[in-house]
Design a protein around this ligand. Structure first.
Ligand SMILES: [Ca+2]
Length: 485
């Protein structure tokens, strides 16, 4: 396929049709080039960061779902640069958010998992895992705090999951507005009023949480249309419980599933989220803000097995296989990002902090360490980032039986992973076992190459050990006396 056909097929995908050919066959077709010379900006660019909860890599039309309908998101993706190798920093909610907001890899803030790191039955756990931190230390300078001096007003509208205000919630971490964000990782009572959310007064009976968060986001945009704003919109959707509007559930009940995706309630939740994205895009258009607003679309971890399917990726939420950490992602940046472009360079949650710093021209806070890389060069058409590898560190147990997992008791046992080029190495701390995959040839991580490629295995492992030393990553070593599998 030539470049023109490729872009055409992407445009088709953006209309909601299948895209597999587009993304997989055309990996070498990554487009580049952009003209950064925009007109003189009236003010600093607005940032709208749409962060979906638990949305899998293939849970949207532009990534190939033929069951879920996301016309608004797909249209936006078609005007953006799509990242096909975008990663969450962890396979579950809280740690991904801690990394995103702090710009730190996990060992620097200690948020490794959700709740306790000792999940699952004790008799199946060989080691004492590393203790987990459930709040983001308020001394850490978040991205909201970092861009404030440049003149930004910011809001966090939705799920926070890193502690409560006044100290550890969005306000404590530098946002000017907090709607609905506190320590909980999912809607306490569900998606319909009453929410039982201490940071969100209930609306009228029947109100749906995803719609309400969109309403609140629109309100923030309208109120601050003459300022430079940073809207962090971490939807509670599409995390469980699966609660959706009946008319949408009925619609999907009549539709045939595809590639393992067939849950009408989940599909309905995705469609409500898509409608919300459409309303935000329309409001920006209506207010004349589109040209000066950068939109990110991203998710915090892979799709939950049993609810959705991440095929062809292995596994799902809670695992270090691709299904647990690879995410749908794009950035629309009018005048800078060439519409309909694709980057297959690995990018990861911690990159967003330096990216937003560069986009806004905000200064890096004094003494602030940043583990990620700005992806602005990619957005401007550069083909790769000057980075050797990206890392995951998960010294915790996450219970659960799920297809694709390494064993029947846990989605993940204490483990770590590194991706360098096409290769990914996973190390398990209980037994020192290693798995090496060539993601370019084996995206489903079926063929462990450790014995066939000892040189490559050693190279990646060495990188991982050096990184652990650099970030002072703790390894669980203490044996659990209750271990009796
Ligand atoms: Ca999540």
């Amino acid at each position: 396929m030539n470049r023109r056909d490729f872009l055409k097929s992407c445009a088709t995908a953006a209309k909601g049709l299948a895209l597999s050919n587009c993304l997989f066959a055309a990996a070498g077709c990554v487009s580049s080039g952009s003209s950064a010379q925009g007109s003189i900006r009236r003010k600093l660019p607005n940032i709208v960061f749409i962060y979906i909860d638990d949305m899998g890599w293939r849970d949207v039309g532009f990534m190939g779902s033929q069951y879920y309908e996301t016309p608004n998101i797909d249209r936006l993706a078609g005007q953006a640069m799509v990242f096909t190798n975008a990663y969450a920093n962890a396979p579950n909610c809280a740690p991904s958010r801690a990394c995103l907001l702090s710009g730190f890899y996990g060992p620097r803030h200690g948020v490794y998992t959700v709740g306790t790191s000792s999940r699952g039955q004790s008799k199946f756990r060989k080691l004492f895992p590393i203790e987990n931190t459930t709040v983001l230390d308020s001394k850490i300078v978040t991205i909201a705090e970092a861009i404030k001096p440049a003149g930004y007003i910011s809001a966090s509208i939705g799920k926070w999951h890193l502690g409560d205000d006044p100290q550890f919630g969005p306000i404590g971490q530098g946002f000017d507005v907090n709607v609905g964000g506190y320590s909980a990782g999912h809607p306490a009572k569900g998606y319909f009023v009453p929410y039982n959310n201490p940071e969100l007064p209930d609306g009228p009976p029947g109100e749906y949480l995803t719609d309400r968060l969109t309403d609140e986001a629109l309100k923030f945009i309208v109120t601050n249309k003459d300022k430079s704003f940073f809207l962090y919109l971490p939807h509670y959707a599409v995390h469980t419980p699966l609660h959706a509007k009946q008319e949408l559930i009925d619609k999907y009940k009549k539709k045939a599933g595809s590639n393992g995706q067939n849950n009408p309630k989940y599909a309905a939740m995705i469609e409500s989220t898509d409608q919300g994205v459409g309303r935000i895009v329309n409001k920006l258009d209506e207010l004349g803000l589109t040209d000066n607003t950068i939109i990110f679309f991203f998710s915090d971890n892979g799709g939950l097995k049993g609810v959705t399917s991440n095929q062809p990726l292995r596994g799902g939420k809670g695992m270090l296989y691709e299904g647990g950490i690879r995410e749908p992602m794009f950035v629309r940046w009018p005048g800078v990002v060439k519409p309909g472009t694709i980057s297959d360079t690995p990018v990861i949650g911690i990159d967003m902090y330096p990216t937003i710093l560069e986009m806004t021209g905000a200064r890096k806070p004094k003494g602030k360490l940043l583990d990620g890389k700005s992806i602005v060069p990619l957005l401007k058409g550069q083909k790769s980032l000057n980075r050797k590898a990206v890392f995951w560190h998960f010294p915790a147990y996450l219970q659960g039986k799920a297809e694709g997992a390494r064993d029947p008791h846990f989605r993940t046992r204490p483990a770590a992973a590194v991706r360098m080029g096409d290769f990914k190495l996973i190390e398990y701390f209980e037994d020192g076992a290693l798995e090496l995959y060539n993601l370019k040839e084996d995206i489903s991580e079926r063929k462990n190459l450790v014995d066939m490629m000892p040189g490559k295995t050693g190279e990646l492992h060495k990188l991982m050990l050096a990184w652990r030393k650099k970030v002072n990553a703790p390894i669980p070593t203490k044996l659990n006396p209750d271990y009796n599998p």
